[in-house]
Design a protein around this ligand. Sequence first.
Ligand SMILES: [Zn+2]
Length: 179
Amino acid sequence: MKFCSRCGETVSQRIPEGDTKPRYVCDVCDRIHYQNPRIIAGCLPIHEDKVLLCKRAINPRAGMWTIPAGFMENNETISQGALRETAEEANANVEILDLYTVFSLPHISQVYMFFRARLTDLNYTAGDETIEARLFDESEIPWDELAFPVITQTLEYYFADRKIDSFPVRTLDIVYESR
Ligand SMILES: [Zn+2]
């Protein structure tokens, strides 16, 4: 951040009085610009023994497979965000079952929250940010072409949990050492 979104003047990084962390503070109007983690909401759409994956048309990881997910918008609930992303990326109609995986990625200040969801029809198609949307059974999953570690982890949990038909919420911190 270089400029204050309130007055347009320059900002500096400093620790405000009474605070413990450096923040962007306006040099003129003293507005403190807090920055907080972003939440990514998504669905794991399921039909019988298959899951719906989307081949990404956009970067990052264009051409790789993901489940429909994206940044939450203001003024929506986490499940509304997951449903909206599922509609946008795969034009898929789903019924949310339960929250399933929660990942914290502190090195990039992101939190992922994925729901298990049931496809209510098979009228899905590729959305604007998707090259192709298709159902995969476990043996067909393109493990080497998955877009993000959180996708791989969610699918690993799912196919393991499905064998015992029990789907507890899985919470995992994915921490990378900073170099
Ligand atoms: Zn300002």
